[in-house]
Unconditional design. Structure first.
Length: 274
């Protein structure tokens, strides 16, 4: 079965519908995370993905984790959030339970799929292992009541235990764009490499990265643009929310791409609900 990975949708349902019409029927779909929030139709988007059943998988992105934490009373809503329609929906509990059972990383057709990044010191196997730790916690009886403890600027170290380890794994998989020269995560820089001081290193360019020989599909970085100078790196967040495009790329040897130009759903810096 063909598999296509789809970049950050952010509730841009109308553009997603157009993209799905281009993808061959019966293909498997891997949504790379952040299917909800900031765009206008998060509820329709997540319901559509859920109805696909086994045909589709969705990684947990930072916005899905935020939604879970807001639902659990562990985080406050932001003025930029557009998740109220999910929280007020009659099937909200079903949506939350579905999200709790989603992965943070997976491998399909030889591609490692993550929302944002993988740690430079992790192999593919280690990435899946660390992701599994967080997945088991979120699915556990205490997962929702303590999900707020997964947020914070924890750096990764193999010596970490408990919530500190889980928090660091979440940061790696759902928040990382740049690293410092010592390999620690930077939590501030969000622009393209061309617009960022050279001392900040894109995570996929860090020397000695153990997944360098594995194709990696990821999202989260709408300002990144195409990567042509590093092999096996496939960014899929093509700024659909900001008037760019929504992109699907086939995983495997035949790497065909489908893309739909999107209207401007949000203006950067705009502080309002849609």
């Amino acid at each position: 079965m063909k598999t296509y990975a789809i970049g950050d949708v952010h509730g841009c349902f109308d553009t997603l519908e157009q993209l799905l019409q281009q993808i061959p029927n019966k293909s498997r779909l891997v949504f790379i995370g952040d299917i909800v929030n900031r765009g206008p139709k998060s509820l329709e988007t997540i319901r559509t993905v859920m109805r696909m059943g086994d045909r589709a998988e969705c990684l947990l992105g930072n916005h899905e984790l935020h939604l879970l934490a807001v639902y659990a009373g562990q985080r406050a809503m932001s003025p930029e959030d557009t998740i109220s329609e999910i929280l007020n929906a009659p099937d909200c509990e079903d949506i939350i339970q579905w999200l709790r059972n989603r992965p943070l990383a997976l491998v399909d057709h030889g591609f490692l799929c993550v929302h944002a990044a993988t740690h430079w010191s992790w192999s593919v196997e280690e990435t899946l292992k660390q992701a599994s730790r967080v997945e088991k916690f979120i699915r556990s009886d205490k997962g929702l009541s303590q999900i707020g403890e997964l947020f914070g600027k924890q750096q990764w170290s193999p010596d970490l235990r408990g919530k500190d380890r889980l928090r660091a794994v979440v940061n790696v998989l759902t928040r990382t764009r740049y690293l410092n020269a010592d390999g620690t995560m930077d939590f501030k820089q969000k622009l393209s490499p061309a617009d960022t001081p050279v001392e900040y290193i894109p995570w996929f360019k860090f020397p000695g990265r153990k997944t360098a020989k594995t194709p990696v599909a990821f999202g989260h970085w709408s300002t990144l643009g195409p990567v042509t100078d590093v092999p096996n790196v496939f960014p899929l967040d093509t700024a659909c929310l900001w008037g760019g495009a929504l992109t699907a790329r086939r995983l495997g040897r035949h790497r065909e791409t489908f893309s739909v130009k999107a209207p401007i759903y949000r203006i950067p810096g705009e502080k309002r609900n849609l």
